[in-house]
Design a protein around this ligand. Sequence first.
Ligand SMILES: Nc1ncnc2c1ncn2[C@@H]1O[C@H](COP(=O)(O)OP(=O)(O)OP(=O)(O)O)[C@@H](O)[C@H]1O
Length: 285
Amino acid sequence: MSRLEKRQVTKMVPVPSHSIVPERDVDKAPILECSHLGIDFGGLTAVNDFNLTVGRTEIAGLIGPNGAGKTTVFNLLTKVYQPTRGTILIDGKDTHGMNTVQVNRAGIARTFQNIRLFDKLSVEDNVKIGLHNQIRYPMWSGVFRMPGYWKKEKLAHESAMELLHLFDMEGLANHQAGSLPYGAQRRLEIVRALATNPSLLLLDEPAAGMNPSETADLMENILKIRDTFQIAIMLIEHDMNLVMGICEGICVLNFGQVIAKGTPEEIQNNPRVIEAYLGSQKKEG
Ligand SMILES: Nc1ncnc2c1ncn2[C@@H]1O[C@H](COP(=O)(O)OP(=O)(O)OP(=O)(O)O)[C@@H](O)[C@H]1O
């Protein structure tokens, strides 16, 4: 039986920050706490008063119509943008003043809406780049090919192959990343993000451009990642089958504001959410 079929509906419980987290995480410190987060671009408020707590092993969804501010939230969490207001705690640490590299070391890794791999490098080298923040050696050790360098290189190779193996990609290790089929490139992006050893993995539209069978595999893989690494995953996705199928807590944005938070069932029945989506469809039509 697949992980998806075995999966039971998660009991979500309220926490003091007016969010909900999976019952299994309630006694653990949350992995992410955003308070009154906001950003303005000139006169445009793209995100305002964004409050969210994500449990330590939660699969969380961030949804909303086009232009609602979802990717901006990811850019704030990963410090592509510095917030105009509010705080972000990752594993209890305030990320104020951190840059993208520091926030990655603090535990946040992400993938992008548009695939961003090193196309000309091999699959294995793409993963090794992700491992770089953990497996380090002094520059001179690399330049002179000293024993310490070979030891770290061996370790990097083994760790990369182990990660690739988990996603049935070890046979592709020597292929050029840019030559892989679309679905495999998306998987590689996730593997490379995982190689940075995150406690929170952000996936920006991971199912974009996938066919239904690739999306079903992706859902299995997301559950597998959470179960294997015991980390939290937050995803932005327009594919509602994926969101409602695997997310435990869902946060809905509209015009930069949170309009609803809840379980998949609560969100599907929330009149404000239905109106936000129907409203955007009316505009498109
Ligand atoms: N760097 C920027 N400068 C100015 N405006 C920006 C910038 N980044 C985002 N915005 C604006 O912020 C708003 C939210 O955009 P964002 O990309 O976060 O939405 P989204 O919910 O991710 O949309 P989609 O589902 O279409 O990807 C939009 O009005 C967008 O034009």
